[in-house]
Design a protein around this ligand. Structure first.
Ligand SMILES: [Zn+2]
Length: 130
């Protein structure tokens, strides 16, 4: 039998920053994988987010959720910050939520909460100092 390879470009997507990384999917059987072309096929933390998670808890600024769908797939606004476990422990009162964040090392922070914990001021200060 002919050893035919079928290739599609597929993407992995970082669940933290939503960055997509292309990779080739190769089917060594004669299975058609063209439906996978240009699709996100796996969720994998990218190198830069993994590095940030080693340093602390990664906070990702997202749009305030208005629907259930927004909560499942938050709209990332861009800014990402790394804070210490102590900082998170101080600002999160809900013990179950705190333990969850400490184990996943990621928290999606809606705009309103981002302001409340002073992250917008920290970002503004950093922007004017540079
Ligand atoms: Zn990432």
């Amino acid at each position: 039998m002919e050893d035919k390879q079928i290739t599609a470009i597929v993407y992995s997507q970082c669940p933290v920053c939503a960055k997509k990384e292309a990779q080739a999917a190769i089917s060594k059987q004669l299975k058609d994988i063209s439906h996978m072309h240009n699709q996100v096929v796996e969720s994998r933390i990218c190198n830069s987010c993994e590095e940030m998670q080693k340093k602390g808890i990664v906070l990702v600024l997202v749009k305030d959720a208005k629907t259930e769908e927004d909560i499942k797939n938050p709209y990332r606004l861009g800014p990402i910050a790394v804070v210490t476990e102590e900082f998170i422990t101080k600002i999160i009162a809900n013990e179950a939520l705190l333990q969850y964040i400490l184990s996943t090392r990621v928290a999606f922070i809606p705009e309103s909460a981002w302001k409340m914990i002073g992250m917008d001021e920290i970002f503004e200060r950093a922007a004017t100092e540079n």
